[in-house]
Design a binder for this molecule. Structure first.
Ligand code: IPE
Ligand code: IPE
Ligand code: MG
Length: 238
């Protein structure tokens, strides 16, 4: 594969990249390993990708790590994923912080085990002064549920005869404050959104890649950005 880090235009970098990290299970199956090993290897590649994101000057990366639909999976797999989250932050939070990365999350934390809630809150807390790059973990996230909670939030503060606007919803979404999603990447070869940021990707460029998440390398990220830069964004214009 070409070295895409040398081919990208450093003046046309997407502000916010959203990634559907898919294919851990298939990666493990191909290697006759337990699915949990696929998830573990998948978590190991996150930090090198953040280095590439920092190198490009990307402002925010949203990672889809657990969907509101993933609760239907076998319980041991789910428990393993929450354990992996704790392990990941225990291992990496010091270096994430040192790199100037700010952690945040989008999702419904209340259903997570108490220890994982603490882990994520602690990661957010200790990195809150960082400004280089926001790493947004989407845990127990669902796009439809996001819109519903935003509308309900608006209803709670609604004045008499007031009608909801797109702006009202936008500012209450779980991603409020982050830049527009310019680019959405899905690995694993599946071409669907699986209830990720359905409102936020209205005008995103979509890149589907036929590489399983644990095999995803910084050069794949540069390649996706390269592809993004070849696209002509028209936003309804001509
Ligand atoms: C994505 O990989 C990670 C999560 C959804 C947590 P999968 O576990 O969906 O892997 P495949 O799609 O079965 O290969
Ligand atoms: C999407 O992947 C969710 C995450 C990557 C966290 P899934 O593997 O759950 O999606 P489907 O079931 O193939 O649509
Ligand atoms: Mg999957």
């Amino acid at each position: 594969m070409k070295d895409y880090s040398r081919l990208i235009d450093r003046k046309k970098i997407p502000s916010h990249i959203a990634i559907i990290m898919d294919g851990n299970g298939r990666w493990a199956k191909k290697k006759s390993l337990p699915r949990s090993e696929g998830h573990r290897r998948g978590s190991e590649i996150i930090e090198p990708l953040m280095d590439a994101a920092l190198d490009m000057g990307i402002r925010a990366v949203s990672l889809y790590a657990f969907s509101t639909e993933n609760w239907v999976r076998p319980k041991p797999e789910i428990i393993g994923l929450w354990k992996l989250l704790d392990y990941f932050f225990n291992e990496k939070i010091v270096s994430i912080k040192a790199k100037g990365i700010r952690v945040r999350h989008s999702g419904f934390l209340d259903r997570l085990p108490a220890s994982s809630q603490r882990t994520i809150r602690n990661a957010i807390d200790t990195t809150r002064e960082n400004k280089k790059l926001t790493l947004n973990f989407c845990l127990n996230y669902g796009g439809r549920q996001d819109i519903v909670q935003a509308v309900n939030g608006w209803i709670d503060g609604r004045g008499r005869n007031e009608r909801v606007s797109a702006r009202d919803i936008e500012k209450r979404l779980l991603t409020a404050g982050l830049p527009e999603v310019d680019l959405l990447i899905r690995t694993g070869g599946e071409c669907r959104i699986s209830n990720f940021l359905i409102w936020q990707i209205a005008y995103s460029e979509l890149v589907f890649m036929d590489v399983l998440w644990p095999d995803f390398r910084p050069n794949h990220l540069y390649k996706a950005v390269y592809e993004f830069q070849l696209r002509e964004r028209r936003f309804g214009g001509i």
